[in-house]
Design a protein around this ligand. Structure first.
Ligand code: FAD
Length: 467
């Protein structure tokens, strides 16, 4: 059968991994085709993930700031929320970025094909498009088909009041009572949004800590602020049953600290994401897929078939956009003949909650479990003039050092803009910085960023008394 489209490089999936790979491949001179199920480029991250959630979190921040402004003498009165306008704002942000990506694809002469793709042989992909099935033949391929929310069984998913993260971002209404199942990053970000908008939010988490990947102390200021704002958090418990009734969703729970059986207007299930590896016909292309749907790759992002690469959420944890883009760039460069491999030591994690929680490298919990000899330096934001001025003294910056070499091997920051601040610690780890390297770098005053230098100076011993 004759192919409808032939290309040197085919990229399947236009999320942050896929579009980065396609653009890089095109920049390196490869004739590139980008296949995406949806008309809009950008994948989960841009359309139903990172970007819309942050647009809504900004609105939440404005609401909370306005409420607290009364503490320093400015009163705005009760905020009025125009949900249609807020939704339109979020959609405008996404549309603007969609347009930017389409422009970048065009500029690079990346051909885009809209439709759902399935491999039919090691060099062929069949795409179901609006105009019928098309056969695409490629020399090399980068698979970037991402992931989707885990739909916990036992929930009445056909009821629109039961939501996954995509539904929650649609902002259909502000439920009076919202149950969030899962106290990970996505669940807690949405809990912050809906709580700021006025919902009464209950969070249940199966583990004994919110955001189980982070150190316990790092999550405490967030848990404390959630509590103060009336969000009720229940750890070590799970939902045993949700029943859809006319007057709401009735949920029962199991666990020692479980809430009483209760009625909720909506339930958000945010218990993780599952890779799309099992839905692409990869066996026809000679690419192995794990039982859970992940595609195993080597340090060059190559799958079992040497001409096919895989990247992003599809290849494993952490499922984060910046990991996907980094891998996308690497795969395109390797495909173009560059002799490269994965060299990043660390990948930062950020919850854009209020306060933000960010961590990178080794955590204290991990260090303890592995028996590593570490030094920990913690700078409390209560000693930062900037944080005091912001009325946000609950934060802190923590650096974790290898005791033998004094090199930074991990960091955790909690407080407003922690996500922006963690990048310096990531750089420090990548460069093998010692405490003195950071401590002797002049940081601008008064900034929250100074807290990183202050923590380093505590480690060095040049600050011993903070007050
Ligand atoms: P995806 O973005 O999932 O893209 C895959 C693309 O492939 C999709 O567009 C899909 O339609 C397409 N596709 C799949 N199968 C086919 C097929 N058969 N044919 C054609 N096309 C197909 N990460 C962060 O780093 N920071 C954040 O703040 C953040 N916030 C998030 C908030 C939410 C609510 C969610 C859900 C996720 C968030 N993430 C965040 C995670 C981030 O969105 C993902 O890690 C990232 O999108 C993964 O990129 P990817 O390129 O691997 O795949």
């Amino acid at each position: 059968r004759k192919a409808d489209i032939e290309c040197r490089m085919l990229v399947l999936g236009a999320g942050p991994g896929g579009y980065t790979a396609a653009f890089r491949a095109a920049d390196l001179g490869l004739d590139t085709v980008l296949v995406e199920r949806y008309e809009a480029l950008g994948g989960v991250c841009l359309n139903v993930g990172c970007i819309p959630s942050k647009a809504l979190l900004h609105a939440a921040e404005v609401l909370q700031e306005a409420r607290h402004a009364a503490d320093y003498g400015i009163e705005f009165g009760k905020p009025k929320i125009d949900l249609d306008k807020l939704r339109a704002h979020k959609e405008k942000v996404v549309a603007q970025m969609n347009k930017g990506l389409a422009g970048m694809a065009k500029q690079r002469q990346v051909r885009t094909v809209t439709g759902t793709g399935r491999f039919v042989s090691p060099h062929e992909l069949e795409v179901e498009t609006a105009e019928g099935t098309k056969l695409l033949r490629f020399e090399q391929c980068i698979v970037a088909a991402g992931s989707q929310p885990v739909k916990l069984p036992g929930f009445p998913w056909d009821d629109p009041r039961v939501m996954d993260s995509t539904d929650a971002l649609m902002l259909a209404e502000i439920p009076r009572q919202l149950l969030v199942v899962g106290g990970g990053i996505i669940g807690l970000e949405m809990a912050c949004v809906y709580s700021a908008l006025g919902s009464e939010v209950t969070v249940v988490e199966f583990m004994d800590q919110l955001m189980p990947g982070a150190d316990k102390d790092l999550v405490r200021p967030l848990a404390e602020l959630l509590r103060k704002r009336g969000v009720s958090v229940h750890l070590g418990c799970k939902v045993s049953r949700v029943e859809a009734k006319k007057d709401g969703l009735h949920a029962s729970f199991e666990g020692e600290k479980a809430p009483e059986r209760g009625r909720y207007d909506r339930v958000l299930v945010a218990v993780g994401r599952a890779p799309n590896g099992g839905r692409l016909g990869l066996d026809k292309a000679g690419v192995a897929v794990s039982e859970r749907g992940f595609v195993p790759v080597d340090r060059q992002m190559r799958t079992k078939a040497p001409h096919i690469f895989a990247i992003g959420d599809l290849v494993g944890q952490p499922m984060l956009a910046h990991k996907a883009t980094h891998e996308g760039k690497l795969a395109a460069e390797v495909a173009a003949g560059h002799r490269k491999e994965w060299v990043a030591r660390v990948i930062p994690s950020v919850a854009y909650t209020d306060p933000e929680v960010a961590w990178v490298g080794v955590t204290e919990t991990e260090a303890k479990a592995k028996g590593l000899k570490v030094g920990v330096a913690k700078f409390p934001w209560a000693a930062s003039g900037r944080a005091v001025g912001l009325g946000r003294t609950e934060g802190f910056t923590k650096l974790i050092f290898d005791e033998a070499t004094d090199r930074v091997i991990g960091a955790g920051i909690v407080g407003p803009r922690a996500g922006d601040l963690i990048a310096e610690a990531a750089l420090a780890i990548e460069m093998g910085c010692e405490a003195a390297d950071i401590g002797h770098t002049i940081h601008p005053h008064p900034t929250l960023g100074e807290s990183v230098a202050m923590a380093a100076e505590i480690q060095e011993g040049s600050i011993t008394d903070l007050y």
